[in-house]
Design a binder for this molecule. Structure first.
Ligand SMILES: C[S@@+](CC[C@H](N)C(=O)[O-])C[C@H]1O[C@@H](n2cnc3c(N)ncnc32)[C@H](O)[C@@H]1O
Length: 269
């Protein structure tokens, strides 16, 4: 098991955990080591992939990788709770699904080492936006699919097909598995293809990825968006994403929603 340790000054605690959640952590352990905070988690088996997912880090932070024989504690599973996104939609940890009745659509997620259990504000905001914009028969592109949660929400809302891509193999596997357990596997095309290799255009493109990656992918996000299509971006900090909107220049903002310091923005041509 490859563990990532991020060593930060105490003042950066919130920033560091936000960064790790966004990079795909499903559980984070905090240790106080001589006045510094060390956050430990699992991201990818390949260190370069983990570093790419973390993105550029402040100079005051140090990153180390350590091999550990045992898997980290799974105790976080006992604390996971269903997330009510809106009146019609709930995202539920797969191990809590079933049994009780809900008049909402329930998307059951097993993250299995990928991001997207619904507990992070950016997933909640993106899922709500997907729910609002997807129309029956839409073709959807989910960039940085993680657990596949946003593709599954789109398909449950009536999308005809979702193309789900992610740099992480664990995310591709989790998306296939979650699509299967939610009964939509025949309509999801999950892969690790880069966005640059995706042909055609989509009615809805959603990308919940950190800001530097959104800027990097901006041209391809615009290219893959149909003329009348809607782009949803998240993974960006509230009030601090003008540079991302500038990179998406040809598109105009339709709506911005915020939660706990994070934002999701809906854009059209
Ligand atoms: C914040 S998670 C979002 C997961 C899920 N879509 C959600 O909303 O909960 C971002 C995902 O983007 C993936 N990712 C990062 N850079 C990427 C890139 N250049 N192309 C595709 N996926 C990328 C990460 O592996 C991670 O699974």
């Amino acid at each position: 098991m490859r563990v990532v340790e991020v060593d930060v000054p105490p003042a950066d605690a919130e920033l560091a955990t936000d960064r790790l959640w966004s990079a795909g952590a499903t559980a984070i352990e905090e240790r106080d080591v001589g006045g510094r905070l060390v956050y430990r988690t699992i991201l990818a088996t390949d260190d370069d992939v983990s570093l790419a997912r973390l993105g550029p880090l402040p100079d005051a932070w140090t990153v180390r990788f350590v091999d550990e024989p045992d898997a980290p504690s799974e105790a976080w599973r006992d604390f996971a709770e269903p997330i009510v996104v809106n009146d019609g939609l709930e995202i539920r940890p797969a191990w809590l699904a079933g049994g009780d009745r809900s008049d909402r659509v329930v998307v059951a997620i097993e993250p299995a080492g990928s991001f997207g259990l619904g507990d992070h504000p950016t997933t909640r905001l993106s899922a709500g936006a997907v729910w609002d914009v997807v129309r029956s028969g839409d073709e959807v592109l989910d960039v940085g699919c993680g657990s596949g949660v946003l593709s599954i929400v789109a398909l449950q809302r009536g999308a005809r097909r979702a193309v789900a891509i992610d740099v992480a193999e664990a995310a591709r596997e989790a998306t296939v598995q979650n699509a299967r357990s939610n009964g939509v596997a025949d309509r999801v095309d999950a892969s690790c293809r880069p966005l640059a290799d995706i042909d055609g255009t989509f009615d809805v493109v959603v990308a919940n990825i950190l800001a530097p990656t959104l800027v990097e992918l901006a041209d391809d996000l615009c290219r893959t968006l149909a003329a009348e299509g809607t782009l949803i971006i998240s993974g960006i900090l509230a009030g601090r994403h003008d540079h991302v909107l500038a990179a998406l220049g040809p598109l105009r903002v339709i709506e911005t929603v915020e939660c706990d310091g994070w934002a999701a923005v809906t854009l059209r041509r």
